[in-house]
Design a protein around this ligand. Structure first.
Ligand code: FAD
Length: 468
């Protein structure tokens, strides 16, 4: 009888503990993806990107004489039904950490227990188990630096190799068709544009990792804040969908360190920020939905109805660095980290719009959407999160532009208006936006809704009223 590999956000064959263990049983393996209600609720760009990732994994499996079975519905029903249909007695899957995923997996576990099938949960999403990393007092970490110091010396096992054989079952169970799921149509806007900028699949991710560690990691420490340069790994979308493992990235970083490349340690540290986000999500899941720190409920944020939220989303604030970044996001499904901080700060502080509205927009637009990193990032910027930037430290987008994009390389890449021969990146934005936005490259740039000085002063006044 076969075993089941239940594929989730781990769309890869190498260094995949769940798949490895399934193959080690020596039985035929049935890989299955279940499009469940949690997937159905995702934002447009992540859903679209998931479809691309599944397509790539299907091809990789078919190249090895295997396949990816597609099913849709509640995971507990679908997975137990498949086990019954195929006679499988074991289901292998990578452990998940989001509270909704944990609840789903408990239901699946119950359903499988009920029919005498054993679920086998494996690590793979993270470097460090968020439950076992503890402070000296036995609690969890709320501040990054001590977390980093605690995990840095921990040993990390070597990567698992690509399973040389994925034995196929004699009969394949019925499968849905990816085309029928129409994941691309969830992108009710320029999907074809975003597609051009995506880096999809395990092979592309590993190529990029090698290129990055050969060519860029040495200067990562100095250049990673310069959005005009290709200085960061750009592997977040692959990591999010599990097309690469954090362990593969960690070990490549370690090799680069051993070769004396100076930026390597900074790169490892950034990888650990992702671990910290998961650690916080596991121990304080309210970070996903509520102000992490008490007291912030009284802050006079503007809500959904704010027109300023709309102009921010559309890259129409009149503040060029902010608009360039919002356009990069909409056109490519990605935004440089420094600009994520600047655009988030501008929304929450200068425009005083609630961080939840910004977080939701990112969720709809990012192909690397990760609920833990997104929530931590937003609450960090807003000031309501753990180890957050103090509220009074308001990013000035003009000063940030002059410092981090002195030649305006990034700006010109994304703002077409005012350029006689704008680059394709800048005009791609106009191909990606919906007709209803009615924007053209010939438009005049709008005036900012509020000056940077006034916006800052207003935000600081509101903040003072909190402490009264
Ligand atoms: P690199 O600089 O090459 O870093 C390598 C890896 O380390 C990244 O791929 C990522 O997995 C991790 N990493 C780096 N910086 C951070 C960070 N600050 N926090 C957590 N992990 C980090 N990242 C996401 O993956 N998904 C999100 O939805 C997301 N939302 C964010 C929202 C806001 C408001 C902010 C400020 C940050 C957010 N980040 C998010 C973190 C960060 O911006 C991206 O991980 C990074 O820009 C990805 O680019 P890269 O792969 O080139 O990163």
């Amino acid at each position: 009888t076969p075993v089941i590999w239940w594929v989730r956000r781990d769309l890869r064959l190498t260094d995949n503990p769940a798949l490895h263990a399934a193959c080690a049983t020596g039985r035929p393996v049935i890989p299955v993806y279940v499009l469940d209600p949690l997937d159905e609720q995702m934002g447009a760009a992540p859903k679209f990107r998931l479809g691309l990732g599944m397509e790539a994994l299907s091809r990789a499996l078919q190249n090895r004489g295997s396949d990816l079975v597609l099913r849709r519905g509640d995971a507990h029903t679908v997975v137990s039904q498949l086990a019954q249909e195929t006679g499988a007695k074991e289901v292998f899957a990578a452990r998940a950490y989001h509270p909704d995923e944990i609840a789903r997996d408990l239901q699946v576990q119950d359903a499988l227990d009920h029919i005498g099938v054993a679920p086998r949960w494996h690590a793979g999403r993270l470097l460090f188990d968020p439950y076992t990393v503890k402070t000296a007092a036995g609690g969890f970490f709320k501040v990054f630096t001590p977390f980093w110091k605690a995990v840095r010396p921990l040993g990390i096992a070597a990567c698992l190799s690509d399973p040389s054989r994925i034995p196929a079952p004699r009969h394949w169970p019925i499968s849905g068709r990816l085309e029928d799921w129409n994941l691309a149509s969830s992108m009710n806007r320029g999907a074809q544009v975003v597609l051009r900028y995506c880096q999809v699949g395990e092979a592309a991710a590993l190529d990029r990792l090698h290129q990055f560690t050969d060519e860029q990691i040495a200067s990562y420490g100095n250049d990673r804040d310069l959005p005009g340069q290709d200085a960061t790994s750009r592997l977040s979308q692959n990591l999010t969908w599990g097309e690469i493992s954090p362990r593969q990235m960690w070990h490549s970083g370690q090799v680069a360190m051993a070769q004396g490349r100076p930026g390597a340690e900074t790169f490892l540290k950034q990888l650990v920020w992702r671990e910290f986000a998961y650690h916080l999500m596991v121990h304080t899941p309210h970070i996903l939905t509520e102000n992490w720190r008490a007291g912030w409920e009284r802050f006079p944020w503007l809500g959904e109805e704010a027109e300023s939220a709309r102009i921010w989303q559309r890259g129409q604030t009149g503040v060029d660095f902010v608009d360039a970044a919002m356009r990069e996001l909409y056109t490519t499904g990605y935004m440089h980290n420094r600009l994520r901080m600047i655009t988030a700060s501008y929304l929450c502080k200068h425009l005083m719009v609630h961080w939840k509205i910004g977080m939701k927009w990112f969720e709809d637009c990012l192909v690397d959407w990760d609920p833990a990193c997104n929530a931590m990032g937003w609450q960090w910027v807003a000031g309501s999160g753990p180890d957050a930037a103090p509220f009074f430290r308001v990013f000035n987008p003009e000063r940030q532009r002059d410092r981090f994009d002195p030649k305006q390389t990034y700006l010109q890449r994304w703002i077409a208006e005012g350029q006689t021969h704008p680059p394709q990146t800048a005009t791609d934005f106009f191909d990606a936006i919906p007709y209803q936005w009615r924007m053209t490259p010939a438009d005049l740039r709008p005036d900012p809704v509020i000056s940077l000085a006034q916006g800052r002063a207003r935000a600081l006044d509101a903040y003072k009223s909190l402490s009264k």
